[in-house]
Design a binder for this molecule. Structure first.
Ligand SMILES: [Zn+2]
Length: 166
């Protein structure tokens, strides 16, 4: 399975680009941006020797979170088709659709997101593991010292950190 990083263009936050590599260790030091056409540096030192993530490959920040890469458009399509078929199936199609969506979610692969630049990393090694989204980290990064809920950054960032309790 190949690895990819989907990141915002550093020139224009509205523009997205994507870089691929056969394995996480094979990302180049720079990537040609699909949005602006320029070369942008990649933080290759964020990739561990075993192909895991010590930090963000786009901006180098060391706090990341793991999220299900749910194919949302497909999930919605299933529900729409089920709704159209509902009157002809005594509404059984709606239950089938709920089951299909639950299965899509259960089998969806993980992706790892950066709290700061929102780059999406796919196909990297599972270790070190980054816990699911933690609102306290997000608030500290957004509001800094003014954050009421913010907790200080863990040394080493989120690599191998426990799951948030809330
Ligand atoms: Zn980042």
């Amino acid at each position: 399975m190949s690895a990819s990083v989907e990141l915002a263009c550093p020139r224009d936050a509205e523009g997205f680009t994507r870089v691929y590599a056969a394995t996480p260790r094979e990302f180049a030091a720079a990537q040609r941006c699909l949005h602006c056409g320029d070369e942008h540096a990649l933080q290759r030192e964020s990739i561990t020797d075993k192909g895991g993530l010590a930090g963000c490959v786009s901006c180098g920040h060391i706090e990341l979170y793991t999220l299900k890469d749910f194919p949302r458009a497909l999930g919605i399509t299933v529900v729409v088709i089920a709704a159209v078929l509902a009157p002809f199936t005594y509404y059984v199609s709606l239950f089938v659709a709920a089951g299909i969506d639950a299965a899509l979610y259960a089998f969806a692969p993980n992706m790892v997101m950066c709290y700061v630049c929102h780059a999406a990393h796919r196909g990297f090694a599972r270790e070190p593991r980054h816990p699911r989204f933690d609102r306290e980290i997000d608030e500290r990064l957004k509001f800094g010292e003014r954050a009421v809920m913010g907790k200080p950054m863990r040394p080493g960032g989120t690599a191998g950190a426990p799951e948030p309790e809330h």
